[in-house]
Design a protein around this ligand. Structure first.
Ligand code: IPM
Ligand code: MN
Length: 340
């Protein structure tokens, strides 16, 4: 289905190579024949250093009204200590996730040639607004000999269930429908009990999906030793954060990893970003690899209802067999466009 209207997309190129890979992704989208009306937002480390703004509430409200948000990368150069850790993460990225209710972080992986997981395709559906990221907790008697710090994990029936439902929907589209809950139910008994019961309950509505459970530590071994066992992994916010870096590493590096911060209920714009960082060290050299940004753009097109174009982008990335290092940003982009 092709939507009749031009999709309105907010573009946050961000810092470092972010604007370069975002421009490449937009070029590939245009070549696939999808028309976007883009609005650029200057946000990130550079903006913060210039005028102290991270993401104000008015801008967040503007972002909510778009059909999607395409983000490049956010963050200062390594060793630049002018921005305290967490300011941009909490003030920009997490503020968007919570403020726009992006309750699913969907990360598909495909093992590239030569990687540990070569040929394997699986995805992680990470709950994206609760767990330890909710910020529950506090500190008492800080910096004294008697200090206390607590950091809770928030798990609501509503939040867990909507994430689990999304994961089952994804799993049910696989040729071999499989879903694995990853948790630590033997130790985190309260949260684990809720997650397990929700998965068992929702599973009744998806009899074609084979359901499995792994403790998170065991899943780290399986991801390295037998990644082919997974279809869709569903897990909480922090486990999903850690597991998706490991999944990126075994499938070829986070230089290939895409992610979709989704509000499937569509009460706010969903946000699409490569998992990699700003790589300030290669800015302007033409060496930035746009494959993860293009894969993220494919996820955006899927969300916008442009399924056919999304498949063409994904296939172009999957079939790409050029030498990333010699082709560079422009060469990779040209080859992807040629293969559309
Ligand atoms: C990610 C990142 C973020 C997270 C950071 C930057 C807050 O690691 O998107 O995986 O922890 O979710
Ligand atoms: Mn992470």
């Amino acid at each position: 289905m092709t939507n009749q209207h031009t999709h309105r997309v907010a573009v946050i190129g961000g810092d470092g190579i972010g604007p370069e890979v975002t421009a490449a992704a937009l070029a590939v989208i245009a070549a696939a024949g999808v028309e976007l009306a883009t609005t650029n937002y200057d946000l990130g480390a550079a903006r913060y250093l210039r005028d102290g703004v991270v993401l104000d509430d008015a801008t967040l409200e503007e972002l909510r009204g778009f059909d999607a948000i395409l983000l490049g990368a956010i963050g200062p150069a390594i060793g630049d200590t002018r921005i305290p850790g967490g300011v941009l993460e909490r003030g920009l990225l997490l503020k968007m996730r919570f403020g726009l209710d992006l309750y699913v972080n969907y990360r598909p992986f495909h093992g590239v040639a030569g990687s540990i997981a070569e040929g394997c395709t699986f995805s992680i559906v990470r709950e994206n607004t609760e767990g330890p990221y909710a910020g529950e907790g506090g500190t008492l008697r800080r910096a004294t000999a008697h200090e206390i710090a607590t950091q809770g994990s928030v798990n609501t029936r509503f939040g867990v269930e909507r994430c689990v439902r999304y994961a089952f929907e994804r799993a049910s589209t696989l040729s071999n429908p499989r879903l694995t809950l990853v948790h630590k139910t033997n130790v985190l008994t309260f949260a684990g009990d809720l997650w397990s019961r929700v998965v068992t309950e929702v599973a009744r509505e998806y009899p074609a999906v084979a359901v499995d459970y792994n403790h998170v530590d065991a899943a780290c071994i399986y991801l390295v030793e037998n990644p082919g066992r997974y279809g869709v992994i569903v897990t909480d916010n922090l486990f999903g954060d850690i597991l998706s870096d490991l999944a990126g590493a075994v499938t070829g590096g986070i230089g290939y990893a895409a992610s979709a911060n989704l509000n499937p209920a569509r009460t706010g714009a969903s946000m699409f970003e490569p998992v990699h960082g700003a790589a300030h060290d290669i800015v302007g050299t033409g060496r930035a690899n746009p494959l993860a940004a293009v894969s993220s753009a494919a996820l955006m097109l899927e969300h916008l209802g442009e399924e056919a174009a999304a498949r063409r982008l994904s296939r172009a990335v999957a079939d790409f067999d050029g030498d990333v290092a010699t082709l560079g940003t422009a060469g990779i982009t040209a080859q992807l466009i040629e293969r559309l």
